[in-house]
Design a binder for this molecule. Structure first.
Ligand code: GLU
Length: 314
């Protein structure tokens, strides 16, 4: 059976931009009768805030989003919390080591600091120069704690068809470079965890912000090497502030928990999201389930959404 997923990272509160992406993922899954999985992506220690897990669940429910499997309701692919799934990621890492597709890398912390989190656009760094890539399986390992495992990315062109952006191709070796699949602490990186989970949870459609599009080339390469069938991807244009930059704190407080306290209703947010995405003609209040019928990828506006400072919520 086909399945979509919601994958919040509890590194802070969920905000309006996240809400819009989750709603689109929800509408897509529900309009086609897909199973929907909620997975908590909490491996980005120490940035994870324990309170943010329950708050993300509360925010989603408040928006009127429901799911068929998740940490709060269980399901056949338990556990739904990444920190409890470590053995699965380690198995995949062992496989990558056994086929010499990763190498221990002792390069500076700065190079690998972002390994635990999804690299949203502004964090895409320089291409790793391959300093440690001469290691091969069987060579001695550096001192424990002094290295991360780095994945040897393919030299080939990688191509996929995005449900939103259409045909996408990239030469990952040239543009992205070898990337860490663990941190020096041994923690598994976002990239390896997400690929393993999407596969083992039977996810067939990934809806996420288009700032993660470069990562998809990494994920496709990893999936191929590990022998996993990749899902279809839909990279949704981001919500930008009035200055054209990605929605952030400088644009005001758009945390859903704050909006809720201010008396904003979920119907206002859902109406704004549905209208800005192109699924309803007029900016009006509505419930998440009312939009399912009008959803189609063809209708989705392809350009980023510029939010004014009221988001149509005043
Ligand atoms: N958990 C990631 C984030 O919130 C999303 C990753 C993904 O959709 O692949 O940034």
């Amino acid at each position: 059976m086909t399945a979509g997923r919601l994958a919040p990272s509890p590194t802070g509160a969920q905000h309006l931009g996240n809400a819009r992406t989750y709603l689109i993922a929800y509408w897509s899954a529900r309009s086609l009768g897909k199973r929907l999985v909620l997975r908590i992506e909490d491996i980005d220690s120490p940035r994870v805030k324990p309170w943010a897990v329950q708050q993300a669940i509360d925010d989603l429910r408040w928006l009127g989003i429901s799911w068929d499997e998740g940490p709060d309701i269980g399901g056949p692919h338990e556990p739904y919390i990444q920190t409890l799934r470590r053995s699965r990621y380690e198995e995949a890492l062992e496989h990558l080591i056994s086929i010499n597709r990763v190498y221990p890398c002792t390069c500076s912390r700065r190079d690998i600091a972002e390994a635990g989190s999804a690299p949203h656009f502004e964090h895409e760094g320089h291409v790793y120069p391959g300093t440690c890539a001469t290691w091969s399986k069987g060579d001695p390992l550096p001192e424990s704690g002094s290295y991360c495992w780095r994945f040897r990315i393919t030299e080939n062109l990688v191509h996929f068809d995005d449900l939103v952006g259409g045909s996408q191709s990239c030469s990952p070796a040239r543009h992205l470079g070898d990337f860490p699949v663990t941190q020096k602490s041994g923690n598994i990186s976002y990239h390896l965890a997400v690929v393993c989970d999407d596969h083992s949870m039977g996810i067939t459609e990934v809806v996420r912000g288009d700032d993660l599009l470069p990562s998809t080339f990494r994920h496709l390469d990893l999936a191929t090497v590990i022998g996993m069938t990749p899902p279809q991807y839909a990279h949704v244009p981001l919500v930008l502030g009035p200055d054209g930059r990605r929605l952030a704190k400088r644009h005001g407080d758009t945390r859903l928990a704050t909006l809720r306290q201010r008396g904003i209703t979920p119907e206002q947010i859902v109406g704004w999201a549905a209208h800005s995405a192109g699924f309803i003609d007029d900016l009006q209040r509505c419930q998440a389930d009312d939009v399912i019928e009008s959803f189609s990828w063809d209708k989705l506006h392809r350009q980023p959404v510029i939010a004014d400072d009221t988001f149509g919520l005043s």
